[in-house]
Design a protein around this ligand. Structure first.
Ligand SMILES: O=C(O)[C@@H](CO)OP(=O)(O)O
Length: 247
């Protein structure tokens, strides 16, 4: 049996301000830092250890990984950063307030933008100063690979090759893997691992900074999955994420 640990980053400044974030590279808040440290303390107290870590190229996930590994005295572990673990791109919504958008367009529309499988938010113009197309960290990608918006289906389409080519072989080589990523890149992985239907994934929300454990069989099919620590607190935190898009 293999074990995989997924951690959504701790609270970010734009989580606190309730703004659509996507590929915008915002910092953790002090609460986010302490959530990441708590994740590390919990993992250490429960005897977890890792051989390699993966994260996105966005600092809220990278720093979450640092603080988690620091609590475990494992900052020396190899860390692979890959854009394919980035948050889902939020297009023209990036920077806008979720509750304000719900007041303007209604809760239903915001739910579609946030959680539907195949309806993307309005796209950014390629010339929009918010576009990441001029960002040096994506220089190895062709401009078309740098999204102007994404629905979850688009995120799945970039996360899955990373799973198949990198994550799955690493896990099956026997290395113990931790991944610090984002609400919607983790939803992409959870959808695949748990074989969740396109309609049912709408109600899946990932809380900040709580390790999500998958126990996997030899073929990487889940045997079970659970949040470490207080399960009710994790459920409350996931429900709070769902409510962020309401007027
Ligand atoms: O804004 C975002 O990028 C994500 C995660 O914070 O938000 P949501 O939960 O609305 O998909």
């Amino acid at each position: 049996m293999y074990k995989l640990v997924l951690i959504r980053h701790g609270e970010s400044t734009w989580n606190l301000e309730n703004r659509f974030t996507g590929w915008t590279d915002v910092d953790l808040t002090p609460t986010g830092v302490s959530q990441a440290m708590s994740a590390g303390k919990l993992l250490k107290a429960e005897g977890w250890d890792f051989d390699i870590a993966f994260t996105s190229v966005l600092k809220r996930a990278i720093h979450t990984l640092w603080y988690t590994l620091d609590e475990m005295d494992r900052t020396w572990l190899p860390v692979v950063k890959d854009w394919r673990l980035n948050e889902r791109h939020y297009g023209g919504l990036q920077g806008l307030n979720k509750a304000d958008m719900a007041k303007q367009y209604g809760d239903e529309q915001v739910l579609v933008w946030r959680r539907s499988y195949d309806t993307p938010p309005p796209a950014l113009e390629a010339t929009d100063p918010r576009s990441e197309r001029g960002d040096r960290r994506y220089a190895a990608l062709s401009p078309e690979q740098i999204p102007l918006t994404e629905c979850l289906k688009d995120t799945v389409a970039r996360v899955m090759p990373f799973w198949n080519e990198v994550l799955a072989p690493t896990i099956q080589s026997g290395q113990r893997v931790v991944i610090a990523a984002h609400g919607n890149s983790i939803r992409a992985l959870v959808k695949y691992l748990d074989n969740i239907g396109d309609n049912d994934i709408v109600s899946v929300n990932i809380p900040n900074g709580i390790p999500l454990v998958y126990e996997l069989d030899a073929n990487l099919k889940p045997i079970k999955s659970y949040y470490l620590g207080d399960a009710e607190a994790a459920a409350r935190a996931a429900a709070a994420v769902a409510n962020q898009g309401k007027a």
